[in-house]
Design a protein around this ligand. Structure first.
Ligand SMILES: Cc1cc2nc3c(=O)[nH]c(=O)nc-3n(C[C@H](O)[C@H](O)[C@H](O)COP(=O)(O)OP(=O)(O)OC[C@H]3O[C@@H](n4cnc5c(N)ncnc54)[C@H](O)[C@@H]3O)c2cc1C
Length: 466
């Protein structure tokens, strides 16, 4: 149902002339999913410039029962930010770093700060904000927290959830919860902040956050390693964990198909080896002192002697490290060059990653000969992006018609191994049916009860998550 002109006029008064759009060009970037998988609709995009304005917008929407979708950079991969009527509440004008306290190792930012700007502000004070992912130049901290984003350094620093000390949130009825506490210890009842983190905009609007910082790592050592298979990748991971502890910042897995497509289609991707191998890992150690390099070389030498590793390249410069990371980053970017793809963002206990890869690959290849498995991701977190590219001679739409069928095969295997059907991208609208299938009672009822308590009128991002 369209929102009345009278109601839109009230919103315009709250946010002023720079704070809204209703024309098609202004709405367009906010109603689509960037890969073109979903297209929604809304009557207005409002861009408040302060928490008070967000509160006034929410009060009006609550009274009128108008749907609200909070939006950051709109880079999410599950259609969570795509509106289905009502208004989009964009945080993009609330993009100030409010405070950096290098002694307390905290940074306070408004929700609309772009992730890369938060990283940069921390770096200016000799500190690290470790959340790092491919969309960091456009996603916003509010979106990162609302999706509990993961990325490439979870192994050492945790998910977005682990990087938050305090939050400021505007509730669906317009009340402001000021939980912007910069405390490492605060045992005062329910940890409300954790309910909003990962809620994908269904419980309230995050307007600011106190984030944890870390010492800026003096050195980084990066290596790209060829291996016989995923079992050896897991063994290598164990060796690095045992020998390097917290210095192990990233341990990424890539199957042969991933590296092949990155080399064939990725701009600026250089082949790491002259030969092709069955499996690869990208490893990063970070911290202080020359001991890091010694540890890297020592573990790799042992792995080469034992036959766990077949070949290895160690970056000798910052640029070489960037080049090695480029191979990993190119994989999701170049997948469209291989035709349609069906994606799975799954996790299993780290010890079960090779078993999952073997079971899932055999199952999908048996189901559709010619299908190509592009499996890559954060092995150190047990999180694999298990993506399927269409057989080369198949019609793309016919392949995509099999999306649910392949999801069932892969997610059932994941479930059987005690894993999760959504490791880091969330639920959005993509996985609402999977929630119903794999989350039993009372988990779903408890989530529904929370939703009803926080948002009794059901105006916050309806149709998502639950
Ligand atoms: C190239 C690329 C690489 C990626 N790599 C990774 C990766 O390695 N790991 C990973 O976890 N994810 C990855 N992602 C997905 C990632 O989670 C999202 O890109 C990011 O965290 C979402 O931030 P955003 O600002 O774009 O949020 P949006 O897409 O705008 O919104 C996402 C959800 O959060 C809600 N939301 C946004 N802002 C707020 C707010 N202030 N208050 C309440 N709710 C809000 C929205 O309603 C929506 O439900 C990648 C995406 C891309 C495009």
């Amino acid at each position: 149902m369209a929102v009345s002109e009278n109601f839109l006029d009230q919103l315009k008064k709250v946010v002023g002339p720079k704070g809204w759009s209703t024309d098609a060009a202004g709405l367009e970037p906010h109603i689509i999913e960037t890969r073109g998988l979903w297209r929604g609709n809304c009557d207005m995009v409002v861009r408040p410039s302060s928490t008070d304005e967000v509160a006034k917008v929410m009060t009006l929407c609550h009274e009128a029962g108008v749907r609200v979708v909070p939006q950051g950079g709109n880079t999410g991969l599950t259609g969570a930010g795509v509106p289905q009527g009502g208004i989009v509440l964009s945080l993009s004008r609330m993009n100030k770093i409010l405070d950096v306290d290098p002694v307390n190792y905290t940074l306070t930012a408004q929700a609309g700060c772009v992730l890369a700007a938060v990283q940069e502000a921390a770096k200016e004070h000799g500190r690290l904000f470790p959340l790092s992912l491919g969309a960091e130049g456009s996603c916003q901290i509010g979106g990162n927290l609302s999706t509990n984003a993961g990325g490439v350094q979870v192994l050492r620093y945790g998910n977005a959830r682990d990087l938050v000390l305090g939050l400021e949130v505007v509730m669906p009825d317009g009340r402001i919860w000021d939980g912007l506490r910069a405390l490492r210890k605060d045992n005062t009842g329910y940890a409300l902040k954790h309910l909003f983190i990962g809620a994908e905009g269904t419980l309230g609007v995050i307007t600011a956050a106190v984030l944890k910082l870390f010492p800026w790592p003096e050195r980084r050592e990066t290596a790209f390693v060829a291996l016989p298979d995923a079992i050896c990748a897991l063994q290598l991971f164990q060796k690095f964990s045992e020998n390097c502890g917290d210095a192990l910042t990233a341990f990424e897995y890539l199957n042969a198909e991933s590296v092949d497509i990155a080399i064939d289609h990725g701009a600026g991707v250089r082949p790491p080896f002259t030969e092709k191998y069955s499996a690869y890992t990208l490893i990063e150690l970070s911290g202080a002192g020359a001991a890091l390099r010694d540890a890297l070389e020592r573990v790799l030498e042992g792995a080469l002697e034992d036959g766990i590793a077949l070949d290895a390249v160690i970056a000798e410069s910052g640029q070489q490290a960037v080049d090695l990371w480029r191979i990993r980053e190119a994989v999701p970017e170049v997948q469209p060059s291989c035709g349609a793809s069906i994606k799975h963002d799954v996790s299993v206990p780290v010890s079960k990653v090779p078993e999952f890869l073997e079971l899932a690959q055999s199952a999908v290849e048996a189901e559709m000969p010619g299908i190509r498995v592009v499996a890559f991701g954060h092995l150190g977190d047990g999180n694999i992006h298990f993506n399927l590219s269409q057989p080369p001679d198949m019609d793309a739409d016919a392949f995509l018609d099999q999306w649910n069928h392949f999801n069932r095969i892969v997610h059932d295997i994941v479930n059987g191994l005690g894993g999760s059907f959504s490791a880091e991208h969330g639920i959005g609208q993509l996985k609402v049916d999977e929630m119903k299938r794999y989350k039993g009672s009372p988990e779903l009822e408890l989530m529904k009860a929370l939703k009803d308590a926080f948002d009794p009128k059901g105006i916050m991002n309806p149709g998502k998550v639950l």
